[in-house]
Design a protein around this ligand. Sequence first.
Ligand code: CA
Length: 438
Amino acid sequence: MTLDHTHDPAARSWLASANAPGCDFPIQNLPFAVLRRRGSGEAFRGAVAIGDQALDLAALAGTGLAQGAAADALALAAQPALNAFMAAGPEAWRTLRHALFALLLGGAADESAVRACLLPLDAVEYTLPARVGDYTDFYTSIDHARNAIRIIMPNAEVTPNFRWLPQAYHGRASTLGVSGQQFHRPHGQVRPPGASAPVFQPCAALDYECELGLWIGPGNPAGQPIPMGQAEDQLFGITLLNDWSARDIQMWEMAPLGPFHAKNFATTVSPWIVTAEALAPFRVAWTRAEGEPQPLAYLDSAANRAQGAIDIRLEVWLETDQARQQGRGPARLSATSFRHQYWTAAQMITHHAAGGCSLQPGDLLGSGTISGPGPGEAGALLELAHGGQKPVDVGGGEQRGFLQDGDTVILHGWCERKGAMRIGFGECRGLVLPAVQA
Ligand code: CA
């Protein structure tokens, strides 16, 4: 992860909104999404965010301003899904980043031609940034794992395998949605406390999970592992991800296999993929506390120890129906960082492929719920409200043990540190609708 002129915190765009303090999309970020003018029925195409605008990459390709390898990469990124661009690999990603940076930099010669390719962010609609062939959800926060198990057994420890492998289950790609997703409260089997038989009913313990989505680049043929030294080349970029979870259904159905109805009704991602390249200034050392086992050799590398973790700040906000009606705005439920995760992105990717599994361009890996060590750092309501037993204050005299119909959950993410430009992820928003009548 080397830094270059595109990470220079002094760089400024000719677009004033990109230089505003606190802007998620300065010229150092340049995240990718797939969008069109809202309500237009136009073809979706790739775009890059800059300030309060989206640079329409299909329009930009039509100007002929990009040349050679940059033009080739631009043609891939302009498509209605980013899979081909993801497949092209780090050299193509970097070439296009550098070309876009040059076109958007203050003083660039072709400003007026590029300006003609901008669309206001408040006038676009998004679709998923790639066709997701497979979605896998990891479980890699030891604080989340510990908090969750202790709701059931107060002094329990996480299972021994947690400390040796990045645990995961294979999820469902068909019900993935982009920010703004609305979904009906799921149905499923639930066994009421003390009952001998389950009932089929709407979920009564609906939850969110604050995660990050890791988007896979070129991938690997079946049977060929991805060594730790090559894992970072497989990481195209990262979005916010909400793994909506039905806790009462999960509790009954999960033994001894993985979650099924509890997790397959909706998963929401933010539209903008912040590239691994843009995240380079926010890499931090990955360490294991004293007394924790060191990883097996295939999950270990000097580079991973030096800079395998990423300091991505995360917040969860909840806006109830009442808050919306009263114009009160959302309430913040928690805040933490991805840097606390027990396993890194590289370790998740390497472990995923290590058994013989093929990863494909556009595959999506959920990081698992991201909870930090301190109070107020839990990434799920299950933990914050102790399994619904201690409902949390959500403003206006309202409380939540679990989510109610009409609740909107909003995830925010950003990176900042001294000596680097702050970059953001935008938001990941989803709304709970009432259960469909049986
Ligand atoms: Ca999860």
